[in-house]
Ligand binder design. Structure first.
Ligand SMILES: Nc1nc2c(ncn2[C@@H]2O[C@H](COP(=O)(O)OP(=O)(O)OP(=O)(O)O)[C@@H](O)[C@H]2O)c(=O)[nH]1
Ligand SMILES: [Mg+2]
Length: 451
């Protein structure tokens, strides 16, 4: 969760220095309060010296305090922010868990956008199929390669009952964005520097084709906006009020609308015709980040509070560079009390150039990092290989090697290490891990391995 967890500030040196000695007797107090001008001057000097001493001690303590800096780099969707959340979960678990309510809005936005993508795809398929029937031009319809699909009137009812979700999408984007963000204005910020959200849905009647095109763009929210939401929902900065699990049941408009639309959402997602439309049009919402449609019953329930795993799986694109400071909680063991500063850098290359695939993109990025670490998406790689995808088709240098996870992981590890050796100006220690950063146990083990 993009929040900065700050240490509690100690009392300032002036307050410490001007306090009476703890063992002051009533006589001493009377003397102190009734001091002459001369003795007041002496007292001021004493306070000033005490302040200097206290500042010196503070600076020495700061110097002694272990600060570890970590820079998270990788292409967009490579799991940098998720790695950051793993750090928070493992090292500042209490702070991490007070922020569940914030994550509910993000999970809701993920759910709503997936449903709207399905609805838009359906509308497109329906209108194409209608046009094809009208012009008897079956070549343009889904019927061209498969059996024709028939949409009953029930779909229209389902679609109109789910229409309020378009408004919920706007509300959630406005909530997660900044006041200045042009929500509802039909603009497409494209991640411009001044905007906290890179896409805001147009107002008025949605035009399915256009809407779908825009929805393909991700919502990006600046950390400043998240900080504001955090203050709004959880109290002052750094002062998150303790939140019990049940408190996540807070009732707001998106939660209410989503709750009332849950049966229809489940009906839509479970419908075989809808699945067939998605298959034929190659819309694979289940492969995208922030996919929760298989858990609609749970995540749309009235008292829904995101679990640790939900928070790790939710998707919110990062914009810019954000510094997060953590004072390790007591539960962090030997690291407790030490300060970590993690820099999360929003990735963008894959958005800029769609001809560069993610693996190639990661290698390119790694090269540039070494000239001055990457976490491979191991479970995603595994599922793609299991689905029969030949790695050598996308990474030619993989050649005729065996197309399994172990071989692929070992190949990437050695490739990244070789690049590091070649491009790194100084000899650095290299630790290569293949992990799924949404997996708490595996990633926790790596974090705790101390390397
Ligand atoms: N299955 C799986 N999903 C992952 C993994 N790493 C990240 N994800 C998911 O992929 C999505 C993107 O991850 P992020 O951590 O937001 O990616 P990022 O690198 O911060 O991306 P930018 O902010 O765009 O730079 C999230 O929904 C994560 O839950 C992984 O190892 N396995
Ligand atoms: Mg990110």
């Amino acid at each position: 969760m993009p929040s900065r967890i700050r240490s509690q500030s100690p009392p300032d040196p002036f307050t410490i220095a001007s306090q009476p000695p703890p063992d002051e007797t009533p006589e001493e107090k009377a003397i102190r309060e009734g001091m002459s001008f001369f003795s007041k001057e002496q007292e001021a000097l004493r306070i000033s010296n005490a302040i200097d001493e206290s500042l010196k001690a503070e600076r020495a303590a700061e110097k002694r305090k272990k600060v570890t800096r970590l820079l998270l780099l990788g292409q967009s969707e490579s799991g940098k922010s998720t790695t950051l959340r793993q750090f928070q979960l493992h090292y500042t678990p209490n702070a991490f868990r007070t922020e569940r309510l914030l994550w509910r809005s993000i999970v809701q936005l993920n759910v709503v956008r997936s449903i709207l993508t399905v609805l838009d795809t359906l509308s497109e398929a329906q209108s194409e199929s209608l046009q094809a029937i009208q012009s008897s031009n079956v070549e343009n319809s889904d019927a061209a390669s498969d059996d024709p699909l028939f949409f009953s009137d029930d779909f229209e009812i389902l679609k109109s009952r789910l229409d309020p979700l378009r408004r919920v999408e706007e509300i959630l984007i406005a909530k997660l964005g900044d006041e200045e963000a042009p929500v509802g204005g039909g603009s497409n910020g494209g991640g411009g520097a001044g905007n906290n959200i890179a896409y805001s849905p147009g107002g008025g009647i949605p035009r399915p084709g256009l809407q779908q095109k825009k929805r393909k763009q991700e919502v990006t929210v600046r950390s400043t906006a998240m900080e504001k939401l955090r203050v709004k929902l959880l109290g002052g900065p750094g002062g998150a009020r303790p939140q019990s699990e049940g408190e996540g049941a807070d009732w707001d408009e998106p939660t209410e609308v989503i709750y009332h639309c849950r049966e229809e959402m489940m009906a839509l997602w479970e419908d075989p015709t809808v699945r067939e439309v998605l298959r034929r049009r190659r819309v694979r919402v289940e492969e995208g980040p922030g996919f929760f449609l298989d858990e609609l019953e749970r995540v749309t329930s009235a008292g829904y509070v995101p679990s640790d795993d939900d928070i790790l799986r939710a998707r919110l694109k990062t914009v810019g560079v954000t510094e997060y400071r953590f004072d390790m909680e007591a539960s962090a063991g030997r690291e407790s009390g030490s300060e970590w500063r993690i820099y999360d850098v929003g990735g963008s290359r894959s958005q800029e150039d769609h001809s560069v695939n993610r693996l190639e993109d990661s290698v390119l990025l790694w090269k540039s990092i070494c000239s001055n670490k990457l976490l491979a998406n191991c479970d995603i790689l595994a599922s793609k290989l299991e689905a029969g995808i030949r790695l050598s088709k996308y990474v030619r240098s993989f050649g005729e090697r065996s197309n399994d996870v172990e071989t692929a992981s070992a190949y990437f590890k050695s490739k990244f290490q070789a690049i590091e050796r070649e491009y790194s100006p100084n000899l650095r220690r290299f630790y290569g891990y293949a992990t799924s950063v949404t997996d708490r146990e595996t990633t926790g083990g790596i974090l705790h391995s101390g390397k």
